[in-house]
Design a protein around this ligand. Sequence first.
Ligand code: ADP
Ligand code: MG
Length: 777
Amino acid sequence: KAALEKILRQRSLQMRDQQQAWQESAEGRRMLEFRRSLPAYKEKEAILSTILRNQVVIISGQTGCGKTTQLPQFILECEIESLQGAACNIICTQPRRISAISVSERVALERGEKLGESVGYKVRLEGIKGRDTRLLFCTTGILLRRLIADRKLKDVTHIIVDEIHERGMNEDFLLIVLKDLLPRRPEMKLILMSATLDAELFSSYFNGAAIIKIPGFTHPVRTCFLEDVLELSGYRLTPDNQIDDYGQERIWKMNKQAPRKRKSQIASVVEDSLREADFKDYDPQTRESLSCWNPDCMGFNFIEYILCHICEDERPGAVLVFMIGWDDISALKEKLLLHPLLGDQSRVLLLICHGSMASSEQRLIFEEPEDGVRKIVLATNIAETSITINDVVFVLDCGKEKESSYDALNNTPCLLPTWISKVSAQQRRGRAGRVQPGECYHLYPRCVYDAFAEYQLPEILRTPLQSLCLQIKSLKLGPISEFLSKALQSPEILAVQNAIEYLKIIGAFDDNENLTLLGHYLTMFPMEPKLGKMLILGAIFNCLDPILTVTASLSVRDPFLAPLDQKDVAAAAKSQFSHDYSDHLALVRAYDGWKDAEIDLAGQEYCWANFLSSQSMKAIDALRMEFLSLLKDIGIVDSNATNCNAWSYDVHLIRAVIFYGLYPGICSIVHKEKSFSLKTMEDGKVHLHLNSVNARESKIPYPWLVFNEKIKVNSVFLRDSTAVSDSVVLLFGGKISKDGDGQLKMLGGYLEFLMKPAVAEMFQSIRRKLDDIIQSK
Ligand code: ADP
Ligand code: MG
């Protein structure tokens, strides 16, 4: 013990000397000067002494004030100065991988180090962390995973949970666990950081924890709503939300210097883009009806017009455009690149900022462009709080974001563009006033803003809870409902019941909600339970290779691209891979083809020719490797993976395994003369997503489709599907039950026409045996 202490002390001394040397160097001094200019730095002493005196501290302050980059550093520096540097172990969680990576890079830079020295990061699939890493930025999911193996977080001295105002499911879950753990780890510190001001909510959750508010400062931001923008171009909004050109003459007269022709051009652009965006039915009383004002259908012309106006007439400064998601960002980018001014790279630097972009790409958005070049960043809500782009002066806000929600009644996840909350709108506006007075264009009328909800609903109240329930069980946190009742806000009972029921159906829970052996294994997979199950089945049935591809593909963004203007060509390209009515098998073929092309270093060309995303292909490749080594670590596959591909050529078996993994995600195909329709248990009629290979068929010679995901977007759509036969459904489909009249209950009694009850019973008994075999293997 004494020897260990000596080493620690020596190491701590080294760390201190190193820090001093950096702070005295020219570069280090400049960096320190920058850090000192941040509002958080002015509170450094107050923050440190509060942390010293309290176990839980909540810190709130405006976005960009230095919480994420500075606070963990303050703690580290304080430990280093008091010669505890080598003994401390600080973990700072981020809701998204992109912020965990970019923040760790930034902090290492500020400390004059390379990543992996005292500062590191860890996210799924990636991480840089060294023997001497004392400050680790990781995603919240990584910390939750660590809790399974190390329930008391033995060596951790400080936990910092960042961005708690976002109310992500993982963060809310982590807080319940930590609240429980704190009394058992009295010397461990918990620091919660939040951008907006609901600090009191968290404080009372942690029995009146200390709060520090970092005073912020932003420059004034001039705010335009849609009607103001309209008025600039000679239109106005009438009280019943009609567009009226009454004001045009007046504006033109007032602005004599503005050439009449140009004004009228502007007016026609605006009119064009607004024609479809018809919000006269809008009723401020009900938030639902807001959907009739839709920036998607308003088109990009309007945004293009404002961007042009900024580039031509406004002072220098970067522009940040808040869009909904990847789809509209990439479509807008394509459009802008064709524009004579906005697409001119010598005058405009057009960048995107999105949660799944590569870290090398994201570095660009922080860099200042050359003189005379205007930086325009098209971003999702990730630029609202997690990422601060310093030189932004203009903000365009489309007012929407993609929000996942969950319809517990129909047991259906939904992913819909929805209106943001007032807090988000304010946050977006604030991004314009960081360095100098700014301007914000909200691309919706003020009356729409007035009807926004104050805050967004926490994620735990709007997502399916299967993985969460599995995690609760694996961390041995007691009965699920009881545990979840300790959350900041507890989810609906029905949502919890649905999740538990699902886990019972797939065999992860027994009837008493205890983990089965399968369930126990599933908790070790950092993915949805159904994909984990499919992997295990792939190994058991010796067709692992294609199943690795399927599970990896379903975990990344769809590799089949469908550019708006080339939808048909892209669909034709995809249908080449189509094989026997299965999107999943198409993925396997596309991947195998890519892998072959990679050997000849022609992977990129292969992707271009086949409308595939080479980024997704690489991600699938990496995930496959990760999944395989996971299976080896857990002991499901032996170390040289012998035998596990003995049946990989057998398409029927692969189909059955895909089915068994995705069950009970299944619908029946009802054939009509020239077409077919689809029905699931809960929804009645459902539709195939247009990108599915099955959507192009007029007939499918199978009675069933199994799907990975159904999503409600107006009506219910199935993303990707594989057709399967009756025998597969009977054998692998599990709980087919009869009601009093001997009718098979499942899926509207359809099976009863095909199978006599005696046959069905036989299948059930085989299936029960199969279940036993799988549980014991
Ligand atoms: P907060 O967490 O309070 O929102 P941050 O600690 O993320 O603030 O950022 C503080 C400041 O540090 C930002 O305003 C920005 O000026 C600067 N900054 C943060 N990350 C980077 C980066 N990757 N590159 C350059 N500057 C950065
Ligand atoms: Mg932050």
